[in-house]
Design a protein around this ligand. Structure first.
Ligand code: GLC
Length: 417
């Protein structure tokens, strides 16, 4: 039986609640997101012409990790190899890799070192499919065996789990039924199995604390630690990507800061700080982490605007982090204005909107007596008797008065205890 990540690893991961996802690769040069090889039907020899162009002279691993730390993010998950098949680290298993560009350096090694310096943990995105590797993409024509590709995939995961220090997460992507999408068969999965049991067992042996997520949008299989939601909050399913069932595993919600994962220069739809804080609070309220993506430029920088938004979230967290880190799903039912998180007997009500001067909640646990603002510690009046003018007879109502001048622009957090 494939086991899960260690209890310690999974607990750490859940307590962390907020991470940075990073999509960076050859595709960043074209600046039309990470699927451009597919969407623009770029043949392999053409796409390979990007290799001598990759030279991100402004890349500074320390600056990326510092931005994550300032945002209040506790881990980063970075693309080691995306669907285009280009390895963003110094793999021994392929020449199609970042150290064979004019840049020559191994950014994942530099990120691993910066993470240690900043107390941030490191995880890797790994694509299961590969639009470049002959035994995957051109298996029929090349006569190569599926085992050739499997050896490469498992071998790369072994490298990532042995050469970069502690790994907090391995995030797989690209195992979805897609033959229908693929008139030219470029993405056709040629009948092989990824041998997950073996793959996951290897990760758990080499990195017992690493959590595993597989972005298959289906029921998690043994060995996976998290259920992922992509561009969606559990229960909302606005994109149609996700399973609507919630399987009871810890959750991780991944989201783009604008509308794309890889750098897309025309994408100006950057989410507001308010939206980002709400996504974080809503994810935490259902027991989920938020893995918020940035797509660095081909010069090697996280766009300044995205850095600013992240730092603003970090400032909110510096005051209100008690209501996010180390919390679990809330037990106080959400309302139109509020969601809640919880740490033991402390309940954190996130007020995301105001329709009146009071916050009115139902089903607040009986032992709650006090209310205070997390940011300032200021005590608030709490009425548990349901005697509020607006909700008179209903005994199950808890009413809290929040003076208008004490409200937070994004999310006012009230601690009930
Ligand atoms: C989607 C995209 C993929 C991206 C992933 C991140 O599956 O197709 O390119 O890496 O989301 O969640």
């Amino acid at each position: 039986m494939t086991r899960q990540a260690s209890h310690q690893g999974l607990t750490w991961f859940q307590d962390a609640r907020f991470g940075m996802f990073i999509h960076w690769g050859l595709y960043s040069i074209i600046a039309k997101q990470e699927w451009v090889m597919h969407t623009d039907r770029i043949p392999v020899p053409e796409y390979e012409k990007l290799v001598p162009q990759f030279n991100p002279t402004r890349f500074d691993a320390d600056a990326w990790v510092r931005t994550a730390a300032e945002a209040g993010q506790k881990y980063i998950i970075v693309t080691s190899r995306h669907h285009d098949g280009f390895s963003m680290y110094d793999t021994a298993l392929s020449d199609y890799k970042v150290t064979n560009t004019p840049f020559r350096r191994d950014p994942l090694r530099e990120l691993a070192e910066a993470c240690v310096r900043h107390g941030i943990k490191l995880g890797f995105y790994v694509s299961l499919l590969d639009w470049h590797y002959p035994a995957y993409r051109f298996r029929a024509e090349s006569g190569l065996a599926w085992d050739d590709y499997l050896g490469f995939l498992h071998g790369q995961v072994r490298e990532l789990c042995t050469q970069y220090g502690e790994v907090a997460a391995v995030w797989f992507d690209g195992d979805w039924p897609r033959s229908a999408l693929d008139p030219d068969r470029a993405y056709f999965l040629p009948g092989g199995s990824f041998e997950y049991e073996k793959l996951y067992a290897m990760i758990h042996e080499l990195q017992p604390d690493a959590v595993i997520e597989n972005n298959r949008h289906a029921e998690p299989i043994p060995g996976e630690d998290l259920q992922g939601f992509e561009q969606d909050l559990p229960g909302e399913n606005t994109t149609g990507f996700n399973e609507t069932t919630i399987y009871g595993l810890p959750i991780q919600v991944c989201m783009t800061i604008n509308d794309h994962w890889g750098w897309s220069k025309d994408d100006r739809n950057t989410k507001s700080v308010r939206r980002l804080v709400h996504l974080l609070a809503k994810s935490a309220s259902v027991g989920g982490n938020l893995l918020l993506n940035v797509g660095p430029t081909p010069e090697g920088e996280i766009p300044a605007l995205h850095q600013d938004r992240l730092r603003a979230v970090g400032r909110w967290l510096a005051q209100n982090g008690d209501a996010i880190y180390y919390t679990r799903a809330g037990v106080i039912p959400p309302t139109r204005e509020c969601v809640s998180t919880r740490r033991n007997d402390h309940h954190f009500v996130h007020v995301l909107d105001y329709v009146s001067d009071c916050v009115v909640l139902a089903a607040v646990p009986d032992n709650v007596r006090h209310a205070r603002l997390v940011a300032s510690g200021r005590a608030l009046e709490v009425d548990r008797a349901g005697s509020n003018f607006f909700v008179s007879a209903d005994q199950d109502r808890t009413t809290i008065y929040v003076p208008p001048d004490l409200r937070d622009a994004y999310d006012t957090v009230i601690e009930l205890f």
